[in-house]
Design a protein around this ligand. Structure first.
Ligand code: GDP
Ligand code: IMO
Ligand code: MG
Length: 514
């Protein structure tokens, strides 16, 4: 039975990927849609698995036989190191040497071969003071809600042309000179926060950076830390990956793994509440050193029929609105589990029923950050936003609107499913590209990618009866409840997406080809 099922899956993958040599898995929302599961799923087909953007802000989970593997930097294909896969950390990434060493060490402990790990010589370095600066900004009124992993400051240094790269680890002389200059360039900003705050933030960083008592602004200390503790473990993994990727293109099966999500893209997301890289397929291709039109197929991962967001920023369909965000910011998995539905006086302002439904979905879907453990904010699936992210990639039939819907099992017990089909703008007069927006009952069927507009949009929903049965054990389309298939059909039609696969649980085999 198990063998027959495996053969069916292999044949489905072969059919879907007929003629494909380069496949990209991207995220059509605010991250955490389940990319890790699907990179691992398709990694069996791939020879090369490559990440091209972001850094340790990512948390990609692969569940195998009940065991969770969470990757922050390494591509999710590294779990298949013993199958001889090559895993690339591309030029567009920002790498924290400590996290990289730790993830490699975990694989070695688990007896997973690490020989296939290839780190770009031009990937950017995240140094302890980047983490310090990221956190100081957040502590001093920053409302982005970053992951505190130094991502923004590291990318800023790259564009300011003062950053360090992996290759500097191979040339200690260059490293020493550059690190000194780089730290100097940040001294004034760090001092502006005052000694007291720097001391507090540094104290919290100790575990994250293994500073071992060193000051992140002391270039001699940082130099010793990186060159002595980390560089020796990393140098053998450094390659010209851009050159290799170009050589492999069209010859090997290549799987690209996006990080974050299209709506967090610095270029196409809900700016300024975004990360500091382009998380779309364009950014991904550039980050691994290949042209985007070399990608034969993109599969965009979409959480359904709810979605999540971590950190600040507009989220029109958020359950409980501002109250939902406030609750998510103040609570943790532990406090939520012991709250037993008691939300306290602070939270009685918004729509309490919605807030409670959001909490219930978060608990059912285990929606707590894989990197920061924060409560993920919960809202209904927003088709206006999905249309926006689909439009970023739908230039060709093969390369555009194919999606994978994940986490459908989470809503097994949900009586009514709401899908957002557009908004009514209810804010003050605001101009976007010379178009004047004023509060109006008219339906906006497409997203206007403007923070102010999105913050004042009231979602309009179409409601569907839930399927009220356990789909997590179903393995084929014909077993699926009709009510669920109806909603999938509606989403496909309105957002103009091709739903290729659905996911009914975190494990590899909880995957259904449609
Ligand atoms: P990523 O950042 O996109 O890789 O996603 P994360 O790993 O941060 O979060 C997705 C979570 O959902 C992980 O814990 C996965 O194991 C889990 N997951 C993935 N697909 C499904 C699914 O279909 N159902 C359920 N219940 N969990 C899933
Ligand atoms: P994966 O790859 C969800 C969010 C942060 C914050 C914003 C900026 O697991 O889907 P940053 O630290 O990047 O400067 O934070 O982006 N963010 C993510 N949210 N999943 C992620 O990655 C994220 N990476 C960054 O919460 O709002
Ligand atoms: Mg994640």
């Amino acid at each position: 039975m198990k063998r027959r099922r495996e053969e069916t899956v292999t044949s489905n993958i072969r059919k879907l990927l007929k003629g494909v040599k380069t496949l990209a898995i991207t995220d059509k929302q605010f991250g955490d849609t389940g990319k890790g599961k699907f990179v691992d799923f398709f990694a069996g087909w791939a020879d090369i698995i490559a990440r091209g953007t972001g850094g340790a802000n990512a948390g990609h989970t692969v569940d195998i036989k009940g065991k969770k593997h969470i990757f922050h930097l390494l591509p999710s294909g590294t779990i298949r190191g013993n199958e001889g896969k090559i895993n690339v950390l591309g030029t567009g990434m920002v790498l924290d040497p400590k996290v990289l060493c730790e993830e490699i060490a975990i694989l070695e402990q688990e007896k997973i071969c690490t020989d296939g790990i290839h780190v770009s010589h031009n990937a950017k370095l995240v140094l302890p003071h980047h983490i310090l600066i990221d956190r100081l900004r957040e502590h001093s009124g920053g409302n982005i809600g970053t992951t505190g992993r130094g991502i923004g400051p590291a990318y800023e240094d790259h564009y300011r042309r003062i950053g360090l790269v992996m290759n500097d680890l191979l040339n200690p002389g260059d490293f020493i000179e550059k690190v000194h200059k780089n730290i100097q360039a940040h001294r004034r900003e760090v001092e502006s926060y005052g000694r007291k705050l720097v001391k507090i933030v540094r104290g919290n960083m100790e575990t994250l950076c293994a500073l071992k008592g060193r000051d992140p602004m002391d270039s001699d200390g940082v130099r010793n830390l990186i060159l002595t503790d980390y560089a020796p473990q990393l140098t053998s993994f450094i390659y010209d990956t851009d050159g290799l990727m170009k050589k492999w293109l069209g010859k090997k099966n290549i799987l690209l793994e996006a990080a974050q999500g299209d709506l967090l893209s610095i270029d196409h997301g809900t700016y300024p509440f975004v990360t500091s890289s382009d998380c779309t397929v364009e950014g991904l291709a550039k980050g691994v050193g290949i042209p985007v039109d070399a990608i034969n197929m993109t599969l965009g991962v979409v959480k359904a029929f709810y979605m999540t967001r971590v950190g600040g920023g507009p989220f029109p369909t958020e359950l409980g609105g501002e109250t939902g965000e406030k609750w998510a910011r103040k609570n943790s998995k532990e406090s939520e589990a012991t709250s037993n539905g008691h939300v306290g006086v602070d939270y009685l302002i918004g729509d309490i029923e919605e807030l409670l439904q959001g909490i219930a979905i978060r608990m059912a879907g285990d929606e707590y950050g894989a990197t920061t453990k924060r409560c993920r904010r919960i809202g209904w699936l927003d088709l206006a936003l999905l249309k926006h992210t689909t439009s970023l990639t739908s230039s060709s039939k093969r390369n555009g609107s194919n999606v994978i819907l994940t986490k459908l099992d989470v809503l097994n017990d949900c009586e009514v499913i709401k899908i957002c089909i557009g908004y009514r703008y209810q804010g003050p007069t605001h101009v976007v590209a010379r178009k004047i927006f004023t509060a109006t009952p008219e339906l906006l069927a497409c997203t206007v990618m403007d923070e102010k507009i999105l913050s004042y949009c009231e979602p309009v929903y179409k409601e569907f009866p839930g399927w009220l049965s356990d789909i997590s054990k179903m393995r084929s389309r014909k077993e699926l409840p009709k009510k669920l298939l109806n909603i999938i059909h509606f989403v496909s039609k309105v957002a103009k997406v091709n739903v290729k696969i659905i996911s009914v649980g975190p494990e590899r085999d909880q995957t259904i080809f449609l």
